[in-house]
Design a protein around this ligand. Structure first.
Ligand code: HEC
Ligand SMILES: [Cu+2]
Length: 339
């Protein structure tokens, strides 16, 4: 029994430590969290394997055999020494691991000077990120893709508009629930440039699987450029004095992370194959621009037959600029006209 337990434990620990289970790490905190995981594997695999082998061994060795149906087992009055040992050892392991985990948690959550503040709002089925400007005030325009500077602590405040969601950036190694009515906070210090997936880790409804976005870790300069771009009001179409606004391309918006229409809709022209919502190439045939615009900014006004309300995010009117909405409308109207 001991032999089987030792071999199985060794295999389990090897599988836990040698296989690279995690995605690339992109935060300062990831290192101590990954080490914590390794230590927990080393302690918990033998406990699991030990208990399982004793149970299996006992089932084999002490099971009831034919003819023994009416026999009683030998009377047992307990064994104080054994009980003290098997209570004390797990207690010591538990207290030790809890202390270690607590120290790691304190370390990971320690506030750093000069943090970046981001408010994260989850809703069925999108993430929206609000940033703080240089004046300390929240910038009105939000984004659906997260931007953070490298090597500065980011303090997130998580909120939810409807049901429980869970904000998770696996590369940062930290995930927390967004709970309606409560501000949940956590901080992380990104330390690797790049874009990393954001997923919702709490089953939140039909569109849960498409509640995805990405976290872009960029240099301080690029981050500031992004923020100043956000703060600017969308230039009025053909407006005087503002200089020419860059023309928005409808197809680009459709496939961008800001719109992310492709996650839910099929549209041949855009190469989109989403199936949560209707195939726009089919349902928009013969519809005018006013209908298309309403469908985007007020999706619950008319529900496409066979589909449900409250799945398409209701706030594209706010999260996209007017120029982006107009470009989308024109694009969708153009590509669905033919035939
Ligand atoms: C989370 C999934 C989701 C996303 C993201 C999404 N939609 Fe939808 N959309 C739906 C669903 C579901 C419907 C059908 C229910 C309804 O009409 O509101 C729909 C309906 C529509 C309709 C109306 C179709 C009709 O015939 O009534 C249009 C137009 C549309 N979406 C365009 C867009 C555009 C443009 C975007 C990107 C800016 C987008 N959608 C993003 C899920 C989504
Ligand atoms: Cu969710």
């Amino acid at each position: 029994m001991v032999g089987v337990g030792v071999i199985a434990s060794a295999l389990g620990i090897a599988a836990g430590l040698l296989i690279d289970w995690f995605p690339v790490s992109a935060s300062k905190e990831a290192k101590s969290i990954d080490t914590l995981w390794d230590v927990l594997i080393i302690f918990s695999v033998p406990v699991f394997v030990g208990v399982t082998t004793v149970v299996l061994f006992s089932v084999l060795k002490f099971r009831m055999r034919p003819g023994e149906e009416n026999l009683d087992g030998p009377p047992i009055h307990g064994n104080t020494r054994l009980e003290v040992i098997w209570t004390a050892i797990p207690a010591i392991i538990l207290v030790g691991l809890c202390t270690y985990a607590f120290v790691v948690l304190e370390d990971v959550e320690a506030a750093a000077p000069n943090p970046v503040k981001v408010r994260v709002v989850g809703e069925q089925f999108a993430w929206t990120f609000f940033y703080t400007g240089a004046d300390g005030k929240e910038i009105k325009t939000a984004s659906h893709q997260l931007h953070v500077p490298i090597d500065r602590q980011v303090q997130f405040t998580l909120q939810s508009k409807d049901v429980l969601h869970d904000f998770w950036v696996p590369a940062f190694r930290i995930k927390k629930d967004a709970v309606p009515g409560i501000d949940v906070t956590y901080s992380v210090t990104p330390n690797r440039l790049g874009a990393y997936p954001i997923v919702c880790a709490e089953l939140c409804g039909l569109g849960h699987a498409v509640m995805r976005s990405s976290a872009v870790v960029q240099s301080q300069a690029d981050y500031e450029k992004f923020l100043s771009g956000l703060g600017k009001p969308a230039a009025p179409a053909g407006g005087a004095g503002g200089g020419a606004a860059p023309a928005e391309d409808g197809k680009t918006v459709f496939n961008s992370s800001a719109g992310n229409c492709k996650a839910c809709h099929t549209l041949a022209d855009a190469g989109a194959t989403g199936t949560i919502g209707p195939d726009l190439g089919t349902v928009l045939k013969g519809k005018d621009e006013a209908f298309i615009k309403d469908s985007i900014v007020d999706p619950n006004k008319v529900i496409a037959p066979g589909y449900q309300a409250d799945i398409m995010p209701p706030d594209f009117g706010q999260t996209l600029t007017p120029a982006q909405v107009d470009a989308l409308v024109k694009y969708l109207s153009d590509v669905t006209k033919g035939g």
